[in-house]
Design a protein around this ligand. Structure first.
Ligand code: FES
Ligand SMILES: [Fe+2]
Length: 444
């Protein structure tokens, strides 16, 4: 394998008004292999919420890139994560999605591990005529090299050679706070989740969440339905947004360093936000700036595998790359722990209406990913023209606002929503380039 010279793939010259990405980044299987090694296996990946494993021996199974992971609390209540691959012959040890168990027994030949990943039994060991060398070996599940949490969100890195999680998250922490500080007792995943896959590259979802430009066309059907609902037709219980008002709303993008980014828009109808009834408590606990920003509609991306969406209700979308043209998404809705039942019901109806895989948004997005993947693999296309909208608004964009939020973004754009800038994707492709240029010989 060779390091790829990323100028072949990312043409990053904003001073000249240019930011182009080559279509091969979505279709070349060799690049996909490198991405697994140089990106997913060498940096922090989001794994789970601590509240998903609140009791001793609770566990969930997840992925870092293509590597299956068990995230678990051990009998002492400590959080740990290890690779869900048996030391005997590599079979998946735990095939459940979640549960509570002190032990995990491999279904192939019966080796058993405890909730710390320690091997506690090798089936029929005494009669096995094993040599001393076998006894001297370590048979435990391989631990994830680094595991750490921020605001109840657990991250893991397969490489030990990474900066502390705090440093990796950097200014993205402000946006994680907006998600995770919405309730005094913290946030939890609403039971149930939606998994779905699409025939497209993983980067399509990574970009799409920070792409306001597609909303009025890809989701044009939903816009039309909202207009009819405002006239009292159809499901008037669903969330009604007056899209016409949005064109002039204050909005913008932030590049947040280390590949992270965010897009935001002022919410002109805050009373329709699920958070609204809880606002007095929130304001007194987190202050006016954060409370006001929680009401804005936001999307953030935590490089490389987590979309943090709150344009309808707080949601996490976790990206699992399977192949260069095949991606799985795992979608979780968050809610305040102890939320009143009527608020919880309203939150779920909003989620189902737009974001759920059978709602009005996700099928449209997924269809577009598939259509793009087909065409990106054809001949004739080379440099995509998808990252230059808003580029002339970069100088000085959102500077004062960033200072107020206490963040220092390398670049930002601010303007009326109808600008619909595509500049938030620059952060992603800068980090993608930086890591791909390092090549397999280097580890940071
Ligand atoms: S592969 Fe797990 S016990 Fe053989
Ligand atoms: Fe969309």
């Amino acid at each position: 394998m060779h390091a790829y010279r990323t100028p072949l793939y990312v043409d990053d010259r904003p001073a000249d008004g240019v930011f182009r990405v080559h279509c091969d980044v979505y279709t070349d299987p060799a690049l996909f292999e490198l991405e697994m090694k140089l990106i997913f296996e060498r940096t922090w990946n989001y794994l789970a919420l601590e509240s998903e494993i609140s009791n001793a021996n609770d566990f969930v199974t997840r992925y870092i890139g293509r590597t299956p992971i068990i995230v678990s609390r051990n009998t002492k209540g400590e959080i740990n994560a290890y690779i869900n691959a048996c030391r005997h012959k590599g079979a998946t040890v735990c095939r459940l999605e979640s549960g509570n168990s002190r032990y995990h027994v491999c279904p192939y030949h019966g080796w058993a591990y405890d909730s710390s990943g320690k091997n506690v039994d090798i089936k029929d060991r005494k009669s096995g005529a094993y040599a001393q060398a076998f006894d001297a070996d370590n048979h435990d599940l391989i631990p994830v090299a680094r595991v750490a949490s921020y605001r109840g969100m657990i991250f893991g890195s397969l490489s030990a050679d990474v900066p502390d999680l705090d440093e990796h998250l950097g200014d993205l922490k402000f946006f994680l706070d907006l998600h995770m500080e919405q309730a005094p007792q913290g946030m939890e995943v609403i039971p149930g989740r939606a998994w779905y896959s699409y025939r497209g590259n993983w980067k399509m979802q990574a970009e799409n969440g920070n792409d306001p430009y597609h909303e009025t066309s890809t989701h044009g059907c939903f816009v039309a339905i909202q207009e009819r609902r405002l006239k009292g037709q159809g499901n008037v219980e669903g969330r009604q947004v007056d899209w016409k008002k949005r064109a002039a709303a204050d909005s913008g993008t932030f590049e947040l360093g280390n590949g992270h980014s965010s897009v935001w828009i002022n919410c002109l109808e805050p009373e329709k936000r699920a958070l609204y009834p809880l606002l007095d408590e929130v304001r007194s606990r987190v202050g006016d700036v954060k409370a006001d920003w929680m009401l804005k509609q936001r999307n953030a991306f935590c490089f490389p595998n987590l979309q943090i969406a709150d344009h309808v209700v707080p949601q996490l979308r976790v990206i699992r790359p399977i192949a260069v043209n095949h991606t799985e998404l795992r979608s979780y809705v968050l809610a305040p722990i102890g939320e009143p039942p009527e608020s919880r019901a309203a939150r779920l109806r909003q989620f189902e209406d737009f974001i759920n895989p059978c709602g009005f948004a996700t099928p449209d997005d997924v269809a577009m990913f598939g259509e793009s993947q087909i065409c990106l693999g054809s001949t004739g296309l080379d440099w995509l023209q998808a990252h230059e909208r808003g580029i002339a608004a970069l100088p000085g964009g959102s500077r004062g606002m960033a200072e107020m939020l206490g963040i220092n973004p390398p670049s930002a754009v601010r303007g009326e929503f109808e600008m619909q800038p595509e500049t938030a994707t620059h952060a992603f492709f800068r980090e993608w380039s930086r890591r791909m240029e390092q090549g397999p010989g280097r580890k940071t």
